[in-house]
Write a protein that binds this ligand. Sequence first.
Ligand SMILES: C[S@@+](CC[C@H](N)C(=O)[O-])C[C@H]1O[C@@H](n2cnc3c(N)ncnc32)[C@H](O)[C@@H]1O
Length: 374
Amino acid sequence: MDIHYIMLADKRRLQAYQQAINAVVKPGDIVLDIGTGTGILALMAAQAGACKVYGIEYDSMSEVAKEIVAANDYKDVIEIISGDLRNIELPCKVDVLIGEMLGSFGIEENILALYDHACKRFLKPDGIVIPQRFSLWAAPFSSQRIRKELKFWEKVNGFNYLPIQKRIQHLTKIDSIKQSALICKPEMLGEFDLKDFSGMDINGCVGFTCDKSAVIDGFCGWFEAVLSDGIILDNNPASPPTHWRQMIFPLLPSVRVKEGDTVNLRITSTHFGDEVHLNWFTEFNLSGRREQRKQAAFLGVDLPGKFTNWFTPPLDSKSKLTEYGQELLAALSSIEKGAEISRIKMVNDNDDENKQKERLAMKLLREGLIEIDK
Ligand SMILES: C[S@@+](CC[C@H](N)C(=O)[O-])C[C@H]1O[C@@H](n2cnc3c(N)ncnc32)[C@H](O)[C@@H]1O
């Protein structure tokens, strides 16, 4: 319930959606709300005059949404359908497709693949989508607090805790970053049109020039979504706050830069089933000296739940590494001396999850994120 409360209490989010829905939905329209949650956007569409609204939700919240619809006397207009939108059939195509599947860095809730699926199957050719499009932005930031949080893991009660630190440096974090913490002008990494599919992953590269001396502790990322013409919703640190806060791509150790130094940042994403992993590559040109870093959610995957939900349980004794698994293990060992078998679970179980992991591993190898030690 927490997450629904947080989303529903985010006034900026709801006001922007209300404005966009009022501007787009015309009396008599048929509307589809994908990932309807508690049904809030479906209710707005019905209030705006839609003659029929379908709300699809795969979480058990769909049962509560049905009660909320009835409690608001919209049972004749809104139909809540329980299930995954990829497995649902609708009796007709819709005029307007709405949804809110934006993550703090836009893409990590799989919005691109889900909108592509929904548009192709459910939207009339001249139908309208909300949001129309969004762009992704980033800028280097300096934060003593984040530096301290990462430093915490060097020693705990006098004991060496670097095994945790070396993993969390590969994990993004949702946190609030002030505009004053940004040390370069933000740059746009990519732009996505939600009606015109151009792929479900990002591969964006930008360059920054430092205009002052500072310590870079990471990169701050955010989205800017155009819900409908002129109606923008974003989590730019310069804008009023939202529940999304910002996405942090940490840098460990932090890097001291001087005025005129340059930084190149490439952010890519990799799908792991419906999960979207973010990878970030940095190249610093520090008064003529070059320094490179490669960081990827995948390299932090074996931390248990509290740190990440990408926990991979240790390999059990009966499991046998696949060929790709062996390659990946070799690759991990090459970048990190003494990587243990439990770092990855590549088994011949032949289930979907393992196929996904193999594909992910091969993509990371192809991207040069990890290299095979020959
Ligand atoms: C960010 S929440 C938004 C909820 C609601 N639309 C709102 O604005 O408050 C996204 C919702 O999409 C649902 N969802 C995600 N993927 C889905 C899928 N493939 N099929 C159906 N629902 C999905 C999630 O369970 C979640 O309730």
